[in-house]
Write a protein that binds this ligand. Structure first.
Ligand code: GLN
Length: 478
């Protein structure tokens, strides 16, 4: 192969190779497969390569391209914006005929019988899946240390640290510079927190704007899939391919992306920027505020119910997760093991998954339903109103995606499970309120002997993605 691609490769960089005839799609697929295999020795982000599938898709596109002139390829890219672009995807999004486990032993050996809307849309746009990525079992966790198979993904900036979770495998590969884009899913931060830890651009879209059909449900009223990329334009492009109402998902909505706001007013919520932030993270936000204030009106904002975010999230999350996991009963889904079909089968669930089933079953049981689940639903509505009030005064909010940069492997999973839950403090209120959140690299912290990225989270009202990208372009540091 004689072509060159930059280290932080963009979608355009890849497609230029086809326009100038420097490479075939098959060459490019091989190139990325080789790069990932080399890098993955250190970061352990891949759970499965889709070599047969990717070679087949690449071959088909190559056949098509071989008959086209440059201008015709350009035209084709207008209707298939991801033409010939390889990507990786989290192990909880279905691809017909490919294996899928959501990193649970209970699904070991399972092959998807149909494809998700996300996969179908990406394929229709010309993208090529080359690998599926590591995650915490059933997307419960915050570090990608909780795979049921024991695989732990390492941060590409410092291999002793976590990549973040639960879409850690996807974020780590983009952060390592070995893939133009990756798909993750975000229930309570699983796209945004690993994007922050790995120094990539990642969006959790407005709830319902990306169909959940064919994504293994963690928490149906929170789950959203979204892209992780090196550049903001690429993020926007992949998101535009993914969004749209689907008849397969009753909660999906037509994208109501609002028009660009001409004079954006930005709020900095006090509750997200006060005590509890690591000082070096806090400094990055102070500098950012100063920089932005030369161009934008900036005000302090109150989100007084922030203190209830984690309690509300973990009650609603576990209740919905416990219900969603019922289908893995080894009869409908899941491997049968041992003599006692249900008990032996269910015992294949990992500790964190069992914890969620127990907590969620308790919080929704007839004796405790009013005290926990019902109360959490009521407070959810109040938290949503907090944001609604804030957006009467400002257009966007800026806050961290995590109070600290990537932590050390083993630092939180060996102790009390609460310490892992506390890591989600910055990323659960947006899903509670159905809002989009975009994370962009905002700077680095020099830590011991490594340099760790810190992400900036921009949050807007439903459908405000266009404004999020606009401000992101003013912020992104690299
Ligand atoms: N850390 C959160 C949880 O464990 C969010 C995970 C996610 O977004 N999938 O529930």
């Amino acid at each position: 192969m004689v072509f060159n691609l930059p280290q932080r490769v963009s979608i355009k960089d890849v497609q230029n190779l086809y326009l100038t005839g420097q490479a075939t799609v098959s060459d490019v697929v091989n190139y990325f497969l080789e790069m990932i295999k080399e890098k993955d020795k250190n970061i352990q982000a891949v759970v499965r390569y889709n070599e047969e599938l990717s070679k087949k898709l690449a071959g088909e596109i190559d056949q098509l391209l071989s008959k086209l002139a440059e201008s015709e390829i350009l035209d084709l890219i207008k209707t298939k914006p991801l033409l010939g672009v390889p990507y990786v995807m989290k192990d909880n999004i279905l691809v017909e005929g490919e294996e899928l486990t959501a990193q649970s032993k209970i699904l070991d050996g399972y092959k998807s019988t149909y494809s998700s809307d996300v996969y179908n849309k990406l394929t229709q746009a010309g993208a090529i899946l080359i690998a599926q990525t590591n995650m915490d079992e059933f997307a419960f966790g915050s570090s990608t240390e909780y795979s049921g198979f024991g695989q732990v993904t390492h941060n590409p900036w410092d291999n002793d640290r976590v990549a973040g979770g639960t879409s850690g495998g996807s974020a780590a590969l983009v952060g390592a510079g070995v893939i133009p884009f990756a798909i993750g899913s975000d229930t309570g931060g699983s796209i945004r927190q690993p994007s922050s830890f790995c120094g990539v651009v990642g969006i959790r879209p407005t709830y319902g704007s990306v169909s959940r059909y064919g994504i293994i449900s963690s928490t149906s009223s929170f789950d959203q899939a979204g892209p992780m990329t090196n550049t903001i334009d690429d993020n926007n492009l992949v998101l535009s391919v993914l969004q749209g109402k689907s008849l397969n998902d009753q909660t999906s909505i037509e994208t109501k992306t609002k028009n660009e706001t001409p004079k954006i007013k930005i709020g900095f919520p006090k509750e997200f920027l006060g005590d509890g932030l690591e000082p070096a993270v806090s400094e990055i936000f102070t500098d950012l505020r100063n920089n932005l204030s030369t161009e934008f009106e900036i005000v302090d904002v109150d989100l007084p119910l922030t203190k209830y975010n984690l309690s509300v999230y973990y009650i609603l999350q576990t209740v919905e997760a416990a219900a969603n996991l019922e289908r893995f009963d080894t009869v409908r889904y899941g491997q049968q093991k041992g003599q006692e079909m249900y008990f032996d089968g269910r015992s294949q669930l990992g500790d964190e998954a069992k914890r969620r089933v127990m907590l969620g079953t308790y919080a929704s049981s007839s004796g405790y339903y009013d005290a926990y689940y019902n109360k959490a639903c009521q407070v959810r509505e109040l938290i949503r109103r907090d944001y609604e009030n804030a957006f009467e005064n400002v257009d966007l909010l800026i806050m961290p995606a995590s109070p600290f940069p990537a932590f050390k492997i083993g630092e939180k999973n060996n102790s009390d499970p609460m310490s892992m839950y506390l890591a989600d403090i910055m990323t659960v209120s947006q899903p509670i309120s159905k809002l989009p959140g975009l994370v962009v690299p905002g700077g680095f912290i020099e830590n011991e002997d490594s340099k760790l990225p810190v992400g900036i989270q921009i949050v807007g009202a439903e459908g405000s993605e266009i404004d999020l990208y606009k401000i992101a372009k003013k912020i992104k540091s690299n």
